[in-house]
Design a protein around this ligand. Sequence first.
Ligand code: LRH
Ligand code: MN
Ligand code: MN
Length: 388
Amino acid sequence: MPDLSAVKAALKAQEIETPSWGYGNSGTRFKVFAQAGVPRDPFEKLADAAQVHAATGVAPLVSLHIPWDRVDDYGALARYAAELGVRIGMINSNTFQDDDFKLGSVAHPDPRIRRKAVDHLLECVDIMDATGSSSLKLWFADGTNYPGQDDIVARQDRLSEALSEVYDRLGPDQRMVLEYKLFEPAFYATDVPDWGTSYAHCLKLGPKAKVVVDTGHHAPGVNIEFIVAFLLREGKLGAFDFNSRFYADDDLMVGAADPFQLFRILHEVAKNGGFDKANGVAFMLDQCHNLEAKIPALIRSVMNVQEATAKALLVDLPALRAAQAAGDVLGANAVLMDAYNTDVRSMLADLRKEMGLRPDPLDAYRAGGYAEKIVAERVGGVQAGWGA
Ligand code: LRH
Ligand code: MN
Ligand code: MN
């Protein structure tokens, strides 16, 4: 069995990033159910994220989404984060909520629209400079709804040109990560539909461009851990957007639909150096909490990632390799299943006590009375996030 103190040290060093938009109101295209006490501005989103970090001890980073989190003074936002004990994580661009982007953004046929899209991406790099963020996270809704609507190859050329311009603007300690998604909102052909397309663009761009794996962005049945293993082998895995899906891009709590898949993914991460800080893989949650209370949902999600990480770190790699080398199919599978079936909850409770935290993060949050405080204080404000 792996050395328990090394496992605990790795768990204490883990850094999970929560999304600013996970704290705001969200819903489906049918209805957004407003909750009391949700943040009214990016500062309040950071305050909520700080609660998740205070309760779990392993969620010190917050992803921003621009323009949802647009403020006058980004330096002040970063300083406020530091006061709260958190840091600004990735800067997510948004080229999908402007009327001009109806037919796409960076791959749009009109050069004027492409200029506008690239200017937004460059603005996001300025925000990275101001906040100290090291990663620009790109997801493009670009694509077509009907065969013949636009030229598939020409769209790739335009995308490539835009990415190059943004890549050239990155500072020495900055990087970009490119997310893929099979479909939605484009229903016929998405311009970055899969990891291969993202990988090909990133390879061409250079070492500061890496791939983002959003676990909700694949066709049903796709073996996501294979993609993760492949990208790690190539040094091209940049970030995760973790969430659960039952059907499409459901953005439910990670580990809720398929904790075994999460374990399999994190096993590949653990085995292939993905937790080494030097590899710079970001572990973000990309979730929306439409029905459930948002801060507790994010705490639960962080715990789910932590539990799956603990199990992945408990895999007896020498035993696994020995079984694999001997062609022992059942033995090798049993090594993995033994780790997955280990109940790590009491180990994690002990770990939290060692970190000066309460053993149960949800209890810790409830005991603090924060939920009641924000419901009382945040009245009459404009609600932030999706659809803002
Ligand atoms: C697209 C996506 C992408 C966006 C986020 C809000 O579906 O996963 O990461 O930035 O949702
Ligand atoms: Mn995503
Ligand atoms: Mn998504």
